[in-house]
Design a protein around this ligand. Structure first.
Ligand code: FAD
Length: 645
């Protein structure tokens, strides 16, 4: 068996986005020898694409802001299904994480009096997003990378080697978490360029692999988002939480087809952009739900005045949380009031001078100019919903980021569930990465240091099995001699399977869901799973994208089944889960979490489905946190018994 490299580390971090890098820095600073593994080139993680900013209640632009207000906004955005302790820690710690970034060299945009500038975003009561134009993720990753290099330079000075305590394995994909009994013992993966295998032994593994968007046809997500971490956790025995909640960002590009789904940042609306239908109407005023009625402007005039004087006016409904805006756009298009290419119009050109647009939204200006030949300083953009973010994820302990049920496994960032409830507010991801990346790194390092009775051992049989699994696409069964069975046994093309999966999820488990369609989706997923077991590739292991995709399919199929099963189970509409057949948000569902686990079944078993689903009660919200809300507001969300308590 061709394991090329077998190394011992204290902590292995899977993923080099914001969460992974922050975890790695923390683990290394706490004395753990730390390896970071990432699928793409170092610095190319999906975080780099983040545009609008990092949400943190620093109160730089409006001193009324504070952690309590941020906490309230986050729970409202998540429709009170958030793991409240995570939302509390996040709101309290986010400002420190932003200031820390600044001390590490991040250059944020400034206010006139020299403080870190903060901008408006949907669902945030005050301007709260620290930003660098519309390229905030790039600055975040650049700063964290710079910090990693600084630590490596320190290590060189002390040990003579740059990578003695902190090493990055770039362009490597992890396919399995290895275990010794219940405990984590390391990871198995392959180098994408050479195809060689790799085993990193470690008592602590932090999963920070991001999201699942590539299971959907129209998405803002990059090629890396194939749900690997979600699947790795499931396969290692850790459950996934509330996977039905998938965020469809209201504004993705809709034209030309080759760029459909690419994100149009919410900053466009935060800075004054408005949504109009084909009749020129600002339709969002017709879509303010009851739970938000008191907080949003009733007229265009009132909404416009809010930009100048937010303390005395209510915000425009273009800045409702994303789930509300996405559904509204969907309804307008369905009612025949859409734009020529099936979206609606988003206009900044009539709202700001051209030079301000180019300064505040440079990426958007270039994106539309270069990809769609649209000058956003002179004409409206066409936009529509795009699959953007997954709120569901690995079930973790709020304080330690420990994955449930698997000692030594941790999760942070988009791959972890709970923090955002049923819907994430814009800007709350970048702060989540930093707050919980740091916590995961710290507890992973502590766990590794606690293994004084002996480190968990890597089981060679598991390594052999992982290698065999990875090699299977090269020996997928070809056509047999019998023409009757030949078609059924022919290897499947991984690209075709991927397209069919994306179409299935888009059409049947997308932004608006119906029982019959989700049942149909589960049948198709089951069929795809059987066919994916025969996904075959030609050529060899040196950089072979077809092979990589064949391996990613296992993960996307697992995760998609979780989404479809949980979405079928939750018979209400809440946040990023909209049921046409159950359109109301129901108080009796407020305290229900849905957990997906891997069914105890032979993978070759053709039985429909490989996931079991269980219900669990959420933890009651701590009384002092509930006291931050008015009773009249709580009545809209909480069940009678919760209110009584
Ligand atoms: P990523 O940054 O995606 O990192 C995942 C890492 O895991 C990568 O290094 C990848 O290579 C690695 N990986 C994955 N699978 C494997 C594997 N099997 N083996 C090894 N490595 C693996 N949020 C905000 O808060 N504010 C914004 O302004 C904002 N703007 C956005 C704009 C766009 C266009 C998009 C798409 C998202 C935006 N978001 C924003 C969301 C936010 O960017 C993401 O949720 C966040 O960056 C996720 O970070 P992460 O560290 O969890 O994962």
């Amino acid at each position: 068996m061709s394991v090329v490299d077998r190394q011992e580390w204290d902590v292995v971090v899977i993923g080099a986005g914001g969460a992974g890098l922050r975890a790695a820095i923390e683990a290394r600073e706490r004395g753990a020898r730390t390896a970071v593994v990432c699928k793409s080139l170092f610095g190319k993680a999906h975080t780099v694409m983040a545009e609008g900013g990092i949400a943190a209640a620093m109160g730089n632009v409006n001193s009324g802001d504070g952690w309590q207000v941020h906490f309230r906004d986050t729970l409202r955005g998540g429709k009170f299904l958030n793991q409240w302790r995570m939302a509390e820690l996040h709101a309290k710690e986010a400002p420190d994480r932003v200031w820390e970034l600044e001390t590490w060299g991040a250059l944020f945009d400034r206010t006139a009096d020299g403080r870190i500038s903060q901008r408006n975003f949907g669902g945030h009561e005050y301007p709260r997003l620290a930003h660098v134009g519309d390229r905030t993720g790039l600055e975040l990753i650049r700063t964290l990378q710079q910090k990693i290099v600084a630590l490596q330079q320190q290590d060189k000075a002390e040990t003579g080697e740059y990578e003695s305590r902190l090493k990055v394995f770039q362009e490597c994909t992890v396919t399995r978490v290895l275990k010794d009994g219940d405990r984590v013992s390391g990871v198995f993966g392959y180098e994408r360029e050479s195809g060689r295998f790799l085993v990193l032994e470690a008592p602590s593994v932090v999963v920070a692999t991001g999201g699942i968007g590539k299971s959907f046809k129209v998405t803002s997500n990059s090629w890396e988002y194939t749900g690997d971490g979600h699947a790795l956790a499931l396969l290692a025995g850790a459950p996934l939480l509330n996977m039905e909640f998938v965020q469809f960002h209201p504004t993705g590009m809709v034209w030309p087809p080759s760029v459909k789904g690419i994100l149009v940042t919410e900053s466009v609306r935060g800075d004054g952009g408005v949504l109009r239908n084909s009749e020129g109407k600002r339709f969002m005023f017709d879509y303010i739900p009851d739970v938000f009625k008191e907080k949003y402007a009733e007229s265009e005039d009132e909404g416009d005045r809010w930009y100048e004087d937010p303390d005395h006016h209510r915000r425009p409904p273009e800045l409702l949380p994303r789930d509300e805006v996405a559904r509204a756009i969907n309804s307008e298009v369905k009612a025949g009031r859409g734009s020529p290419h099936g979206g609606v119009f988003l206009d900044v050109s009539t709202r700001m001078p051209a030079e301000v647009i180019r300064r505040r939204l440079p990426s958007m200006y270039h994106q539309f100019k270069e990809l769609a030949d649209v000058d956003i300083t002179a004409e409206a953009m066409e936009v529509g919903p795009t699959c953007h973010y997954v709120m569901g994820g690995i079930a973790v302990d709020s304080d330690t980021a420990a994955a449930r049920g698997v000692p030594g496994l941790y999760a942070a960032g988009e791959v972890a569930g709970g923090m955002h409830g049923s819907n994430r507010l814009g800007g709350n991801s970048l702060s989540d990465l930093l707050v919980f990346g740091r916590r995961a790194g710290r507890h992973a390092a502590e766990h590794a240091a606690e293994q004084t009775a002996g480190r968990p051992a890597v089981d060679d049989a598991q390594v052999d099995a992982a290698a065999a699994e990875a090699l299977r696409p090269f020996s997928a069964e070809g056509p047999g001699a019998d023409p009757e069975t030949a078609a059924a046994r022919a290897p499947e093309n991984p690209y075709t399977l991927h397209q069919e999966l994306q179409q299935t999820m888009n059409d049947l488990v997308g932004i608006i869901r119906r029982e019959g369609e989700m049942e149909q989706a589960l049948e198709r997923l089951s069929d795809l799973r059987v066919r994916a077991a025969r996904a075959g590739v030609e050529g060899h292991r040196q950089f072979n994208p077809g092979w990589h995709l064949a391996l990613d399919l296992r993960n996307m199929l697992l995760v998609s089944e979780c989404v479809a099963r949980a979405a079928l189970e939750r018979t209400e509409s809440r946040g990023g889960h909209t049921r046409e057949d159950h359109p109301a948000m129901e108080r009796r569902w407020r305290h229900v979490n849905l957990l997906c686990a891997l069914a105890d079944r032979d993978p070759a078993d053709p039985a429909p489905g490989q996931i079991t689903l269980t219900r669990e009660d959420t933890q009651p919200i701590r009384p002092d946190l509930l006291a931050l809300f008015e009773k009249e507001e709580l009545v809209k969300y909480l069940a009678e018994e919760e209110l009584y308590e």
